[in-house]
Design a protein around this ligand. Structure first.
Ligand code: PLP
Length: 378
């Protein structure tokens, strides 16, 4: 049993304490305006977030899953179509494809960056392919240059799943501008998180975003009760937009604080036997949504850390092609060796902007002593 203070994966109360006065005022402003749907904060947040990413426009939606569902629908994805993506991701990436009646086609990932292995993309493309969806997993942008090159050769749009990558950069350009369009989640624990569910789609293609907005608002036209296409109710609500506007102003500082903590982990965990640390490809500035190590002793290490009061997480324990919900995609064990190995070996350590450096030292020292002993036993 531990007698030390527990170390959580994230601490949203610590973040709230830093910005309480501004958040409280923003929320009070919405309550007083009583403009809960399509209030002023919604359009202001959309333009501020688009400007932050460097995209022409953003459309706020209800959550990151809907951002993907609605964007794919705006591309016309439907029954009989295929969408190429990765299996080493959160379930929502695959769900969005299946919910549109299409089939997800999974390609394996690169073992170092955990993102789509661009060298495998071409052979996953068929005449039915409609869209390619790379995922910027853990905040590290996918290998967009070769992915975009293959996509362009086949005339296919690339839709970024940027749910974990607010502020991440590739060659000086931010996630949200690296494909034809991008989907963001503002789930509370994300680098930019709302106080509930929220999401957005960004793009330079304003005609495409007009379709996204239409689908996300009951397929409406200029008049409220003109419903031109089948849509849904997936609007960003004003309270969340107000919270996000306050938090967006802090995002760069918070991402820098994450990077400092990653540096501290990296120094403290250097040369721990049997542990592979995350890195950034040249030209990448990760948003460091998660700090994810690899070890064959993953499950035993996780239990040991838990016994010491240290929270960890496994993103993700089962690749999408092996999820029962995705069975119609026809995946079998052995199809995606890298994704399957990662699902057995990855472990995300606590990381958030306010994480005390002494907690990092403690986590690292537990990892080091456990892994050193495990190697000695083997
Ligand atoms: C990679 C990825 N895609 C999509 C989503 C879906 O976002 P949301 O939870 O806001 O629906 C998430 C986050 O939860 C995610 O991590």
């Amino acid at each position: 049993m531990t007698h030390s203070r527990p170390v959580p994966m994230v601490d949203l109360r610590a973040q709230y304490a830093r910005i309480k006065a501004d958040i409280d005022a923003a929320v009070a402003g919405v309550l007083e305006s009583a403009h809960f749907i399509k209030g002023e904060d919604c359009s202001l947040f959309e333009s501020e977030f688009a400007a932050y990413c460097g995209a022409r426009q953003a459309v706020g939606v209800a959550n990151g899953t809907d951002a993907l569902v609605v964007a794919l629908r705006a591309y016309g994805v439907g029954v009989g179509d295929e969408v190429v993506t990765v299996a080493n991701t959160f379930i929502a990436t695959g769900e969005a494809i299946l919910l549109n009646g299409a089939r997800p086609v999974f390609v394996d990932v690169d073992p170092v960056t955990f993102t789509m292995d661009a060298s495998l993309l071409e052979k996953a493309i068929t005449p039915r392919t409609k869209v390619i969806v790379p995922v910027h997993l853990y905040g590290h942008p996918a290998d967009m240059a070769p992915i975009s090159e293959v996509a362009a050769r086949h005339g296919l749009p690339v839709l970024e799943d940027a749910a974990q990558a607010h502020g991440a950069e590739l060659e000086g350009r931010r996630a949200g501008t690296l494909g034809h369009a991008a989907c963001f989640s503002f789930y509370p624990g994300k680098n930019l998180g709302a106080y509930g569910d929220a999401g957005a789609v960004t793009s330079d293609d304003v005609a495409f975003l007009a379709k996204v907005r239409q689908i996300a608002n009951h397929g409406g036209g200029a008049n409220k009760y003109d419903n031109l296409v089948v849509g849904t109710n997936s609007r960003l609500d004003t309270l969340q937009a107000a919270v996000l506007r306050v938090k967006l102003r802090h995002l760069d500082r918070w991402n820098a604080e994450r990077a400092e903590r990653v540096q501290a982990y990296t120094a403290a965990l250097a040369d721990v036997p049997g542990v592979v640390l995350p890195t950034q490809r040249t030209g990448v500035r990760s948003a460091w949504h998660l700090f994810t190590i690899r070890t064959r002793e993953r499950d035993a290490l996780q239990s040991r850390l838990k016994a010491e009061g240290i929270a960890t997480a496994i993103h993700y324990p089962k690749p999408l092609h092996l999820q029962p919900a995705m069975a119609s995609a026809g995946g079998r064990p052995g199809d995606l060796p890298v994704s399957e190995t990662l699902s057995r070996e990855v472990l995300c350590l606590p990381l958030y902007p306010e994480l005390p450096f002494e907690d990092i030292a403690r986590v690292a020292s537990e990892v080091r002593s456990f892994c050193t002993a495990a190697v000695a036993r083997a």
